[in-house]
Design a protein around this ligand. Structure first.
Ligand code: SF4
Ligand code: SF4
Length: 399
């Protein structure tokens, strides 16, 4: 296992962290606790020292599970990360309420890395008004947390202002070779690192889209490589190749994935991919973009839509539907993200489009936005949308 230094405090963190959002589950959907505990402890025994969870994961069960899985001396072997559920906050007092409940759930007296969860620009404005800076300062001072950070899912334009708005120790961003220009992107990664923040990466495999199933045309390109690697290894190595990256979180729920990731983390040094290898990844990226249904780059020039449609998110989920082949997963993701469950805002579904055409001339990719939104409605909404939204609320509004 390789380790990289957290810039502000010098912590040596394993470059592979264990993410507890997608733990193995039983037939009834509950966490397979025996198997998951073995997996977490196996990873720790093999060098992983950063474990990440959050309030809503597994309907609130992930933190409770981890509290038990890290017994028997495992808690002191790791830096523990969890997140404040920003979308549930109504007051400054709520922040203490959630953190204190999390300490109890996790069976610990402190959280090493505490994140303000899933920030978007407007969500940040809300928590800032509610007094997040005072809350984090207080929690650090009284020892309930050691480091303060935030995780980000918003538009690139909001990332830098959030980085600059507080004396953060670290941040967590989505990053992979298809998201260089999406959300925080490469610019955000470099900006955060330039400000001395450690950067934890989530979704290095884009929620599994870069690994299963790999379209034949993409497989053909990977097969051209002189050094043979699996698509997962290529994707992870590409992220670790960036010296600004501190830790990659991987939601590993198969023993074989854990083995593979641990092996790659033994020698994934920064700047270790050759020029030819980087060109190969670029070629794969181009192929994926050809295969995508919509050539949306996530630039957001079309936003805001006067009817409240989140155009780039609609298109991202629509592309994921075609890249992953996992219709149920893509539909649930769409329901969670566009329903407003995770934000203080209104629903942003494609079905809110009134075909006014205002966005058309703003798109540098010349995408026929209103027409494609009709297909999004057809394929990602349908009669079950309300049921999925209700399910998402059940999962994410749990207190
Ligand atoms: S055409 Fe639809 S998506 Fe575009 S601005 Fe009008 S309502 Fe919004
Ligand atoms: S302007 Fe075009 S490319 Fe940019 S986010 Fe909107 S639809 Fe996507």
């Amino acid at each position: 296992m390789l380790y990289r230094k957290m810039p502000k405090n010098g912590d040596e963190l394993s470059i592979l962290g264990f993410g507890c959002m997608r733990l193995p589950v039983k037939e009834d959907g509950s966490i397979d606790e025996e198997r998951a505990t073995k997996q977490v402890r196996y990873a720790i025994d093999h060098g992983v020292n950063y474990v990440d969870t959050a309030w809503p994961y597994h309907g609130g069960q992930s933190e409770l599970f981890l509290g038990r899985a890290l017994a028997d001396g495992y808690r002191r072997k790791v830096k523990l990360a969890t997140k404040l559920p920003t979308w549930l906050l109504k007051s400054r007092k709520d922040m203490d309420h959630f953190m204190n409940a999390q300490l109890e759930r996790l069976n610990t007296d402190h959280i090493d890395y505490y994140l303000v969860h899933a920030l978007l620009g407007e969500l940040w404005d809300n928590v800032e008004t509610l007094g997040i800076a005072d809350f984090l300062d207080g929690a650090k001072a009284d020892g309930r947390i050691t480091n303060a950070g935030f995780s980000f899912h918003g538009a690139g334009k909001d990332f830098n202002r959030i980085v600059d708005a507080y004396d953060w120790d670290f941040c967590q961003i989505q990053y992979n070779f298809l998201d260089e220009k999406n959300q925080a992107g490469t610019d955000g990664l470099e900006y955060a690192a330039s400000k001395g923040l450690g950067v934890v990466i989530m979704e290095p495999l884009r929620g599994g889209n870069l690994t299963s199933p790999v379209p034949p045309a993409v497989k053909d390109i990977w097969d051209e490589a002189t050094t043979k690697r699996t698509p997962a290894e290529w994707a992870l190595r590409w992220v670790w190749n960036h010296p600004e990256v501190t830790v990659i979180l991987s939601g590993m729920n198969e023993e074989t994935h854990i083995e593979e990731n641990l092996t790659v983390a033994d020698n994934a040094y920064p700047n270790s991919l050759t020029k030819a290898e980087l060109q190969l990844v670029k070629k794969v990226e181009r192929k994926y973009r050809e295969l995508m249904k919509v050539g949306c780059t996530g630039c957001r020039y079309c936003m805001p839509c006067p009817s409240g449609v989140n155009i780039p998110f609609c298109f991202e989920d629509y592309n994921n539907l075609y890249m992953s082949g996992d219709a149920e997963g893509a539909k649930f993701h769409y329901a969670v993200r566009l329903s407003g469950v995770l934000s203080v805002g209104e629903p942003e579904f494609a079905s809110r489009c009134v075909q006014c055409g205002e966005c058309l001339e703003k798109c540098p990719q010349h995408i026929d936005i209103p027409t494609i939104l009709e297909s999004v409605v057809e394929e990602l909404e349908g009669p079950d949308l309300e049921k999925r939204v209700a399910m998402a609320k059940q999962v994410f509004k749990k207190t």
